[in-house]
Ligand binder design. Structure first.
Ligand SMILES: *Cc1c(COP(=O)(O)O)cnc(C)c1O
Length: 358
């Protein structure tokens, strides 16, 4: 039965959908955008006039604050087409909470959870034709907020724009990657912004990643910024280690981003009887595991790739190879289980899917 929409969001539909030009199997990650986007501005202490409009460029005054001082945050989540035709967004409330924690750290206004969810729901429903249903594919959703004051003084902006757009994406296949333990540069420091999805964090990580790439590594294994002794994250993913029947990962802290994928993986592993440990892991301890051949699997966890296997770890100019992926047990099982939950192939026993259909 249809019910009257109570959403305050004004909708202006695109005249001619671009969907007929979509060839999902050929789409590169993050370069093709669906028909519509959500836009809402903040001024005088409040959000006003939430709108969905055709995807289009935005025009900015050159003095717009975000361009100079980087008050900008974002999120990333995915919507999936379920077996029965429903569209599920995976755990969006976690992303909304995290977005608002990022906002607070960057002196930006929060977006009310109800309004945020409503925006996601309306946008994904309107562009539901863009949610692919090939295994491994999804509609990637990118909410973000930036400072819009036209003023070059350094202070928190008093106006902001919040937007959401989406991109149909294929299975994000990186292959197994070689990672380098980074002991010179830092992604995140105590008292800093590492727990926030703040744009500047990613800009600052590009240079060390580029240097590692020149040395043949695809990714960095970040260590703590104080002593460079403890493992923190892998590139822009959380990192997990399988040692015997234990799943071990660094604890969430102000220097480590609280990944939704990480959280879901820990829940599944506990459910399956793995011993889960959230604790600091030193590079020395990891070296010990490698010497004793106790380290069975190491993988990154994030929305884009879900599980990203690591095949070798470079520590101080020596590379340590991990067992071949074909021998891994947990990472492939996690990957299949998460995909099956998101697609409604197996019951959603943790209540993770947010159904957009009304
Ligand atoms: C986004 C992100 C993650 C992964 O978070 P998910 O919610 O699983 O996508 C991990 N680390 C960093 C630095 C990130 O930006």
């Amino acid at each position: 039965m249809l019910t009257e929409s109570t959403s305050p969001i004004k909708i202006q539909k695109i005249a001619q959908s671009k969907l007929e030009h979509l060839d999902i199997e050929k789409v590169p990650f993050g370069k093709v955008f669906s028909d519509h986007m959500f836009v809402m501005d903040y001024a005088d202490g409040e959000w006003s006039e939430p709108e969905i409009i055709p995807y289009q460029n935005i025009s900015l005054n050159p003095a717009t604050s975000v361009i100079h001082y980087g008050q900008s945050i974002f999120e990333g989540m995915k919507a999936f087409k379920s077996k029965n035709g429903d569209i599920n967004i995976f755990r969006p409330k976690k992303n909304i909470e995290r977005f608002n924690r990022s906002a607070e750290r960057m002196c930006m206004p929060e977006v009310p959870e109800e309004l945020f969810l409503d925006a996601l729901q309306e946008l994904v429903n309107l562009d539901s034709g863009w949610v692919p249903d090939l295994s491994g594919s999804a509609l990637y959703i990118r909410p973000f907020m930036f400072a819009t004051d036209e003023y070059i003084g350094v202070k928190p902006s008093s106006t902001y724009r919040f937007m959401i757009f989406s991109c149909p994406v294929n299975k994000y296949y990186t292959g197994a990657v070689r990672v380098k333990v980074e002991t010179q540069y830092s992604r995140s420091v105590k008292g800093g912004t590492g727990f926030a999805k703040a744009a500047g964090n990613y800009a600052a990580a590009l240079y060390p990643a580029k240097i590692a790439q020149e040395k043949g590594y695809q990714q960095l294994l970040w260590t703590d910024a104080i002593e460079h002794k403890f493992i923190e994250e892998s590139g822009t993913m959380n990192v997990l280690f399988v040692v015997g029947n234990k799943l071990i990962t660094p604890p969430i802290s102000e220097t480590i981003l609280a990944g939704v994928t990480r959280d879901s993986i820990l829940e599944l592993a506990r459910d399956w009887g793995y011993q889960v440990e959230e604790r600091r892991i030193s590079v020395d301890e990891m070296l010990g595991w490698l010497h004793d051949e106790e380290l069975l699997e190491v993988f990154g966890a994030g929305t884009a790739a879900t599980v990203a296997p690591i095949e070798a770890i470079g520590i101080a100019d020596r590379d340590y190879e991990l067992p071949a992926y074909a021998e891994w047990k947990l990472a492939p099982r996690l990957s299949v289980e998460l995909d099956s939950i998101k697609r409604g192939i197996i019951p959603d026993r943790f209540n993770w899917n947010f159904k957009t259909n009304k």
